[in-house]
Design a protein around this ligand. Structure first.
Ligand code: ZN
Length: 171
């Protein structure tokens, strides 16, 4: 019953996106007490931003409901994300890396770009990645520079055993 109630809240955002002339997709994030902590909607064409999908928008707007600014840590809450359409690869990974969303409910499956079910099944998006060429860490000095910066960042936050510390095994 609550799932339906919160999906309808996501549809309020989808309707607004539709009125703004972009993809009619909306999302809300709900905490374990049943309080909506964030709302988002597609803004790809209304904000001229190809990354402004409803789920990403809702996660961005969740702000301090997801991170402890003072201690530079993720809160690791038990949130549910409701969206009107199955999350794409970008949104699925953004949900994963929010470290706060433990359940996702959507109103309509997306057979074309929907990714949540495919990610759980296997590497179905490899053909899309094959269209992008990559250069993985071509310059040793720049790799060390980035790894050192990240190692220092983790150590400052109280994680002494960081995997970013440079060692000779890096290839
Ligand atoms: Zn998306």
């Amino acid at each position: 019953m609550d799932d339906r109630k919160f999906l309808l809240e996501a549809f309020l955002e989808a309707e607004q996106a539709k009125d703004e002339g972009t993809y009619p997709i909306g999302a809300v994030i709900v905490d374990s007490e049943g309080t909506i902590i964030s709302r988002g909607r597609n803004r790809v064409f209304s904000s001229c931003d190809t990354t402004a999908h409803a789920e990403v928008d809702a996660i961005r707007r969740a702000g301090s409901s997801m991170v402890d600014i003072e201690n530079k840590k993720f809160l690791k809450k038990n949130y549910t994300l409701y969206t009107t359409c199955e999350p794409c690869p970008m949104c699925s990974c953004t949900i994963l890396l929010s470290f706060n969303i433990k359940r996702v409910v959507w109103a309509a499956n997306d057979v074309e770009i929907g990714a949540m079910r495919k990610f759980k099944e296997g590497p179905h998006f490899l053909n899309r990645f094959n269209k992008i060429s990559i250069e993985a860490a071509p310059f040793k000095d720049l790799e060390i520079r980035q790894r050192t910066m990240l190692a220092e960042w983790f150590i400052r936050r109280g994680y002494p055993d960081t995997s970013w510390q440079y060692n000779n095994e890096i290839v």
